[in-house]
Design a protein around this ligand. Sequence first.
Ligand code: SF4
Length: 275
Amino acid sequence: MKFSMREKRKKVDSLKKDFIGRDVSEIILLSFDEFGEDLAMTTAFGYSGVVLMSFIKETVPDLPIYFIDTRLHFQETIDLMNKIKNEWKLNIHHLYPNFSDEELDRIIGKKAYSTNPDICCHYRKVMPLLKILETKSAWLSAIRRDQFRTRARIEVIEIDGRGMIKINPMWDWTKNKVWFYVKTHNLPYNPLHDKNFPSIGCKPCTSQIKEGEDERKGRWKGLEKKECGIHISESSEQFIREMATTIDFTSFPTTMKSNNSEKSNISRGKTANKK
Ligand code: SF4
């Protein structure tokens, strides 16, 4: 269902009040009650994403979860994704770039990640995501305030820079709290996290960090860029406007593969009572 911006703001204000003091499971359930099949999650299978998926497994296991497979991920990330998909039986979908690598070489240049990472991220990550988001009313993400200054002001529910309702149930979790949860619940995680890769994206743009550095310091090392364009706040609208003047990204089809067919009757687990 599509909402006007006014309706979205009303919904966000009302849900924000309802989410206060709730745990992650309750926020997921209330979100599902509100948006049903128009709700989805995206993840790159970082340790926060794994925790959020563990809550989804217990509450709304059929919820569509989208992994943007840029074809440049570490093998460790792909292995973790396959493990979770097979063992947890979640409704995980791959989103691939709309173009083959050969086409991308022609359109944005070879190794565009080293010459123009914004364009590279836009073609490999943002364009596939946009095609999915336009079919949804709200999306869930595991991003947290303490990850980097670009995320320091996120809310539990907000309207993002594209005008989408975005729900961040782990917005106020700290790194230590997430790791405590991972360890005490024996959750699987990307082994690269144990090698000083706290934030893991595509292989060419992900580096190890030094002790005490910010979590996203190893992303696009040496550049100011610390976001790929997936998680943008309202204040980032300028970025989208600038990109939109150079790229007609709405006219391309999305190549979407899924090991599980899209399930239309999503079931839910526990109940979150309205306050
Ligand atoms: S993270 Fe790097 S390789 Fe991946 S899409 Fe962005 S610029 Fe390209």
